[in-house]
Structure formats: C-alpha cells, structure tokens
Write a protein that binds this ligand. Structure first.
Ligand code: WTA
Length: 674
C-alpha cells in the first residue's frame, strides 16, 4: 500500500505516465560472480589490504569480475603506467554503467526504492523505485537521442538534486554521452566557461531551483550562459516549480518529451576506458579543470568504497546530503549506492530549513542508516545546541561520515557523541575529485578497530600513501609530516584533464616523479595513521567547496579601479576557510566602500556567491619578490595572525612592505571590531 502510494506520488511529482508493468531488460552476457558482495569475514580486511597493495592487478580484477556486470570481459586488469599518469584499467572490457546501476537491480527487485527525494519542503519526500528510475532514465535517454545527442557528446546538467537530475546523469551513461554536471549555485559565467571548455551540445536544467524556502532562477541563468556558447543546440527544461519561464527557440520541455518517449532504451556498450563524465574543479592556477573519469574503474571504485567505508548492508537507507554538483554527489549519492542496489537519499534542502533540526528530523522520518555530510554543516549546527538533535530518534543510524574538508575535534566530538550517541562509527573520509572515491578513511577495518577523532587514518584497499620531503625523497617511519602522495594507481583515479593532458601530468605527476601528488600535506602518527593537515597550494576550501584563490583574483581583475589583488584563505569558524582579499587601488578615492561592494558583486557573478571574499583590505602595494611574484605566503601569515614568524623575507623587493601591510591589517581589525 505504502509503496503504491509512494509511486503514485512520484509520478505525480514528475508528471509522467505510469511505467509499463514489466520493463524488458535487454539480454546480456554476464560474468559477475555471485557472493562477492557480502560483508568481509572478520580478519579478512588486513589480508585484502595487503593483497591490494602487493597485487593490485589481481585484487582489482577479482573485484571487477564480482562487482560489475560486463557485456564482454576485460582481458587485462591493469596497464601499469609508463609514463606516470597514464594508467588504464580493465582493458578490452565492455559494459554499461546505467545497466549496472539500474537494470541488474530491476531484474531482481524492481520495486526496491532507489531514491528518496527529500524535497525542500519537509514531509514531501518522493520515493522512486529502481523500475521507475530505469523508466525515467530510458525516456530521458531516448529524448536526448531524438535531439541528436550521441555517444561521446557532452551534455551539461545544471539542476538541483532530484530523481530527474539523477536520471539525466544515468541517461547520458546509457547512451554513452558524457555528462558535465555544473553545481546549480554557479553563476552564468562559470556555467558558460564550463560549457565552452567541454564543448557541450545540450544543457539540461530546471525552470527554477528550490532551496531553503527560496527559489533560484536556473533557466534564466542558463539563458544568460548559453548566449555565448555556440556549441549548445538544445536546452532541455524540466519543471521543478509551477512557475512559467520564457521558452525560446532552442528550449525543449523535458517532461513533455519524456512522456512521448519510449520507456525502453538499449544501452550502449562502452569500453572500460571510455569517458563517463567530466567534472570541473579548481586548480591552484588558471581556470577550473575538467577532470575526466572513465566507466569501469570509476564505477567499481565508487561502489567498492561505498560498501566498505560505510559498511553498507542491503536494505540500508544511505543518506549522503551532498549536492550532485560535486564529486561527493556523483560517487556517493548516485554511482556508488545505485551500483550497490542501495536506497539513496537526495537532499534538496539546507541543514537549517525550516529549522536546525532538519537533518535529524529527516534521519528519523526516513530511517537513515548512514549519514554522510560536511564538517561545515556540523560546525553550524552545533551552535544551535543539542536540543535540535535530541528531539528526534536517531536509532536507525549506524555510520556517520564526514567529507570535503578537515573536521576539527570539537565538531567531530559533537557529531560522534551528540548525533551518534557515541555508538555509531564516525568516519572522516579524505579524497578528491581526482581520486574518484574515498582514499583514506578509518574504514575499511575490522569491525571494532579503533577510530581516532578527526583523523582519516587508514588507506583504502589498494591505496598506498607516501609522504615526501622537500627534496622529493620518501619519508620513512612514523610521527612524520610531508607532502601526501599515492604510490600506485587505483581504478577510480582520474584519467586526464579535458583537452589538456599535459596539465594533468604537470599538476599531479611532476612534483614527485612516479607518484600522484595530492596537493595536500599529511601527518603519519606514531601508530602509522594518517591525518590530513591542509593544502600545500593556493587552493582554499570554503564550506567544503574547493576554490583556487587565483580564480577570485582573476574575477576581481575585471574592476577598472583595482589593478592588483591577492587572495588568501583564513580560518573561519563555520566555513572552515574564508577568502581574504588584499587589493591595491589605481588612485586614492573616497569610493572605497563602493568599490568593495562592486568587487563582491563581480565575484558572485563571475564565479558564485560562496566565493565572495569576507574581507577586502586596501593596501598601498602587495609584497612581491624581486622578480615580481606576489608572496601570498606572507599575506597568509598576516591573516592567520602569525606575523611574528614571517620566515624568510630576503627575496622581497622591499621588506618594509611587510610592516606596512601588518599595520593596515591591524587598523582594519580594530575598525571592524569597534
Ligand atoms: C580537502 C572532495 C581534510 C583536501 C571529496 C582535498 C579534506 C580537497 C578531506 C578535495 C578530509 C577532502 N580532511 N581535507 N576528510 N576531504 N579534503 O576535490 O584538501 O572537492 O585535496 O573533493 O578537499 O576537494 P574536492
């Protein structure tokens, strides 16, 4: 009864006709081995870890055979990478990712719930079964095909999280198109940049987005973006709200087309190493880079980590509250959980809407078993007090997870003690857009192995972390810190940067030849556990959103009165890090406050609202070396109030600039606290 009602609600919400009673699944050869998906017997973890490190090809070949459904088996598990950065996995194999995420589950349990869409308005959750999601995916795939989207074409998805946006991703996978999901908070200019760099043929969007009780104009932003994108032929517009938006020549009503489309779409058989998606992320210099993930290796790694890091068991309700616009949403809202046949929660709202009890009310109502979120939300919520948590029953929770940025001890303790009642494992998971899935986390481990607060701790199966010193030498032993590298490829690692393989090599494989360099530094404890200590480059992490300070500087450079800027990160109590901008004005002017506001508007419109600097300080000049390079290191010392220890300033063109900036900062602080 409940299921039927839920399905009826879903279909109403998506305004689509009922799916056929049975969805025929195309016959396909299958070489998956039964039984490989169960929980590991106690004591096996160490053996698995050792084998994965010693014999990655054998370990991952077994995993891939047991885990994925193949159209034709691979002949070679792993092509070791020479030169570095060119590893390939499961060569010769063919498969379809959407079949792995949908059809194989529809065959066995079509009415299992695949997605629970927790919409912005509490109490309006929509349940979507695997059969319904396959239906949506096929209709959407056929719609894309009808409008000329083919294998290899790129499709931008600019949507808030919903079953339709998941179906859009899977529809691309079904026909072999490459999705490029752009976080729906990015500005028109950011969207346009990503569309142009990747050469997308179409965009899929909503008329509006809904979040925290407010609507956002997604279609209008797309209109603005595609004005300058000649590659775009069609814009597919779905309805998230009842409000009408203006439809132009290239706009197509997505639901209308889907209603007419066939609900069966033969999946494209893809090579293991064909592109699955690209996702733009910030680098320390230059424009955001289109990180490319391929089919089999990525899917296997997302599914495998989902299972073992979170101890996912069949029937669990998996609640990752990330947006699909980030890699966390790709791997742990969509691909990992769906490949494992899980029920995945899609969270459209915010942690404080309509009140700060929202997460825990959802946990109670949906009976969530694993809750995976960002430290920034935890830091925000702990300020509201425990009552908001304790009001709700959290007995369904088994595992809690943290991702995207360092979690401080206070937030960790609160999450563990207050939310998890001291009985749930809390896993601090370290990984990156480039790694495809979790690389360092307290799990996998034996069930009762110790978890140390605020520490990522153990490498996942097949991950071999090493710490490097400044001379590029591996640091042996424990109780040491260094640059975090990974010594051996794993299936989920990114294969390249779209259109710029050299940048891929330069960014990740040049600093420490033969190793993947993460850009992070880490500490290895006495016991050999890893703790991530921060970025080593000019990337900052605002509320878990990764951003290059150079991107903010580039945006501000558009202001005619501001010839020079330098942006650094500073510690922020809730956001983790915030942006602090130093600017030089062309000439003295009484319009300083006005200019600062203009700069904020420019950053919001060129990047996104979250990128806007919290502080803008006017200085006479920036600290530069004799060769003209800005020494951001010194500015970082100023804003983190460590100016007593400036380090080596001998390369500065004029060392007196340091005192000048410190004085300006002091004055600014006094002014803002008065
Ligand atoms: C940071 C997000 C500390 C790190 C999945 C990394 C973390 C960057 C953690 C990647 C963690 C991610 N502890 N720092 N548990 N997880 N980071 O690509 O600096 O958006 O390099 O991927 O976030 O961010 P990205």
């Amino acid at each position: 009864m409940a299921l039927a009602a839920a399905r009826a609600r879903t279909l109403r919400a998506l305004s689509l006709p009922r799916p056929p009673a049975r969805v025929p699944v195309p016959a396909r050869s299958c070489c998956s081995q039964a039984g490989a998906r169960g929980a590991l017997p106690p004591g096996e973890y160490r053996a698995w870890r050792e084998r994965a490190a010693r014999d990655p090809a054998g370990f991952w070949a077994d995993a891939a055979r047991g885990w994925l459904r193949w159209d034709s088996p691979f002949h070679t598990a792993w092509q070791p990478c020479a030169p570095a950065g060119s590893a390939r996995w499961f060569l010769g194999g063919r498969l379809n990712v959407s079949v792995n995420c949908l059809d194989q589950h529809v065959e066995k349990s079509p009415n299992r719930v695949a997605l629970i869409w927790e919409r912005d308005e509490p109490g309006t959750a929509v349940h979507v079964t695997y059969r319904e999601l396959l239906d949506l995916t096929c209709r959407l795939a056929n719609t894309l095909k009808k409008y000329g989207i083919q294998k290899g074409d790129r499709v931008a998805i600019y949507m808030s999280v919903s079953p339709l946006s998941v179906a859009a991703m899977l529809a691309c996978a079904r026909i072999g198109a490459v999705h490029n999901v752009v976080f729906a908070g990015f500005s028109a200019e950011s969207l346009a940049g990503r569309i142009m760099d990747s050469g997308c043929k179409a965009v899929i969007t909503y008329n509006q987005g809904v979040r925290g009780g407010r609507t956002t104009e997604l279609k209008a932003t797309v209109d603005e973006a595609v004005k300058n994108c000649p590659s775009i032929r069609h814009v597919f517009v779905a309805q998230r709200t009842d409000n009408k938006v203006q439809m132009g020549d290239r706009d197509i009503s997505l639901e209308e087309e889907m209603t007419k489309a066939d609900s069966i779409c033969t999946p494209e058989s893809m090579d293991s190493e064909d592109m699955l998606f690209m996702l733009y992320t910030s680098g320390s210099t230059g424009k955001p880079k289109g990180i490319i993930h391929t089919q089999a290796g990525y899917l296997l790694y997302a599914a495998f980590t989902h299972k073992y890091v979170f101890d996912y068991q069949q029937g669990d309700i998996f609640g990752c509250v990330a947006d699909i616009g980030w890699i966390t949403g790709h791997s742990y809202v969509v691909y990992g959980p769906l490949c494992n046949g899980a029920t995945s929660v899609l969270f459209e709202s915010t942690p404080v809407y309509p009140d700060p009890g929202r997460y825990w009310e959802v946990v109670q109502r949906l009976k969530i078993n694993q809750f995976y979120g960002a430290p920034t939300a935890i830091r925000l919520l702990l300020n509201y007090g425990e009552e908001w948590v304790k009001k709700y029953d959290r007995s369904s929770l088994k595992v809690l997870g943290s991702v995207g940025e360092p979690i401080n001890k206070e937030a960790w303790q609160w999450f563990y003690e207050v939310v998890g009642e001291g009985r749930c494992a809390l896993v601090d998971t370290w990984w990156q857009t480039e790694t495809g899935g979790i690389c360092i986390a307290p799990r996998p481990s034996e069930e009762k192995a110790e978890i140390i607060p605020a520490m990522a701790m153990r490498p996942f199966f097949g991950i071999v972390p090493v710490l490097m010193d400044e001379n590029g030498e591996v640091i042996e032993g424990n109780d040491v810190s260094g640059a975090l590298c990974i010594a051996q490829p794993w299936p989920g690692m990114a294969r390249t940067i779209h259109g710029d393989h050299q940048r891929f090599i330069d960014s990740y494989f040049k600093a420490f030849p033969g190793y993947y360099f993460t850009g992070d530094s880490a500490y290895r404890s006495q016991k050999g556990y890893y703790q991530i200590t921060g970025r080593m480059d000019d990337i900052i992490n605002i509320s878990g959103h990764r951003l290059g300070t150079a991107e903010i500087e580039d945006a501000m450079a558009d202001h005619p009165d501001v010839p020079e800027t330098a942006v650094v990160g500073y510690p922020h109590k809730i956001k983790g890090e915030g942006a602090f901008a130093f600017i030089v004005l062309k000439e003295q002017t009484p319009r300083v406050d006005h200019i600062k506001e203009e700069l904020k508007t420019i950053v919001a419109s060129k990047i996104a609202k979250y990128a806007v600097p919290d502080h803008i300080l006017v200085v006479k000049r920036l600290p530069k070396t004799r060769s003209g390079k800005i020494m951001r290191r010194l500015l970082r010392k100023v804003v983190t109030e460590q100016s007593s220890n400036m380090g080596d300033v001998t390369t500065l063109d004029d060392p007196s600039v340091v005192k000048e900036i410190m004085d300006a900062y002091q004055k600014y602080k006094e002014k803002s606290s008065s």
